[in-house]
Design a protein. Sequence first.
Length: 339
Amino acid sequence: MAFSFLTQELAIDLGTANTVIFLNDKIVLDEPSIVAIDQTNGKPIAFGHMARMMHERTNPNIKTVRPLKDGVIADFNAAELMIRGFVKMINNRKGWFTPNLKMVVAVPAGSTEVEIRAVRDSSEHAGGHDVYIIYEPMAAALGIGLDVTAPVGQMVVDIGGGTAEIAVISLGGIVCKESIRVAGDVFTAEIQQYMRQQHNIKVGEITSELIKINVGAALSELDNPPEPYVVRGPNLMTAHPVEIGVTHQDVAHCLDKSIAKIETAILNVLEKTPPELYSDIVDNGIYLSGGGALLRGLDKRLSKKVNIPFKVAEDPLRAVARGTCAALKNVEKYPFLMK
């Protein structure tokens, strides 16, 4: 009797902000990358959405940890607990025992050998039997539906929670790349700082994230501007409650410098691109993926700056996860998967 049913194949986009797991071409888990740990015994209490609800609302006995920072593992123990917890959540839903796990995990293109080793070790300790690693821009390109093995230049800009990944891909390899640590988390921190400085109001990470989702923009002039988002919080001077309507212009102004850094990184990669591939990119356009691609007007702003059309991927949040899933099905076919 064959024991292939004892092996479970998981495609994991282990993101700074969210972890997405595919099993059999279906999303079986899409949760925030966060774990709540009991300080007294070091055991995990909650993962994902449940832990997110506890974030910034805990007592001294509980701490919430985001194990990934800037796209790589910052807390090895918490990362292992989180991956193990997520795998358990999938298998509890299915009512299975824990089978052997074959995993493909996406990591930033700028990861060092040590950082890649940390991801591999965490995955193995969480039950991974065969662990393969794929770079995020390559996974994003696969997820968008590009033919990465073709002798054509394709350019992808993946703006996640921890890093913005820019890469030119041709013949199944990354020709030139840049990975900068300016992405969703930096945007969130800048919104917090802006609210403090401009409006004298203290907001937490979760509220700042909600501002970004509801009125986040890269341009102050938009065709369909969103309604101002109302924020309540304490005045820094008096501690009295205040209510402020935040507009998309506010957010566009406060994110301006960070987006300028992403623009510079894109231009740096284009400078290093061989001329034949450059002309392919001008013809095909540049693809945007990751949560940052959802910033209103970002594609327009980048197109204007670079003079090459930018296209936002369909469902940009899950492009990397979908590409990781495609890679998992073709582990033998794709040589760019690091064994």
